[in-house]
Design a protein around this ligand. Sequence first.
Ligand code: ADP
Ligand code: MG
Length: 328
Amino acid sequence: MLEFELIERYFRRPARRATLGVGDDCALLTLSPGMQLAVSCDMLVEGRHFLSTVDPFLLGHKALAVNLSDLAACGAKPLAFTLALALPRAEAKWLEPFARGLLGLADEHDCELIGGDTTQGPLNICITVFGEVPQGQALLRSGARAGDDLYVSGSVGDARLALEVFRGTVSVPASVFASARTRMEQPLPRVALGLALRGIANSAIDVSDGLLGDLGHILKQSGVGASVNTDVAAGLIAAKAQYAQVSTATDIELAPAQWLEWVLSGGDDYELLFTAPQSCRASVVAASEASQTPVTRIGSIEVERGLRLVDGKGRSVPNTYTSFDHFA
Ligand code: ADP
Ligand code: MG
């Protein structure tokens, strides 16, 4: 299969919202009046972000999901994306499921593939997403204020558990692994929640490198501190309750500190971490319901800089948790 045949067959579809899509030198997007363009780019590299054995359908899904998650964290509505793809071989048995996973999620979010670049080389997927947000309404990392409540959506730490099972450092019953693996391979970008939080949240970020590390970005850019309730956080990993239900006497009991570590420093969760004024508690609940996305209040933003971990009784818990860093 030749380069243009490949693009034509798998990635070119009739333009819908875009003024001009795949096929010319540039794509053209027209923004609605009063809207700002939100742009984000994420790259997935074989051996770094995924294993060579991963199902191409899931890879297509995840490559776009991690990008949509950035739009969600800004409260932006997805519009379109570009795909820069390096792949070793032009094989239908890889391209067909990859395109299906990618474009399936794109259709769910009405986000159109408008261009890209295709080259031969080690497998590497780079997507740039474009979204729109009303002028001045984007949710930023820099907006947290002392007194804000701190929330996180969904469940956190499950993707890390799946990774540890793959690495062979831990073993869990098959059903627990299966759901954790889905969390790792098919993250759900919280786009609806991000949109619902416009005008409510003061700040937001998506959890990609680990909850505490990503919280650190909010704290630094907002010039504030926070305390996080570790007893509440410990319940955020969905696998923990499942494990309690299905594990048998022959399964090794996992220490509470182990679950908490996966929650606080796991990564690859693609949940939204956000802050909102205490006066907005009812609005946060309404946004959670409207977007059908569970949220949990895990702490609060404080004037005193730095991060404090406290248990349910208010006792201080030592912070030994580190986040993912590509060059660490
Ligand atoms: P150029 O030579 O101008 O870079 P290309 O020959 O690389 O253009 O691409 C031709 C058209 O196909 C362009 O519209 C480009 O955006 C699109 N395209 C190339 N690769 C992809 C891809 N992987 N997905 C979607 N569109 C693509
Ligand atoms: Mg090109």
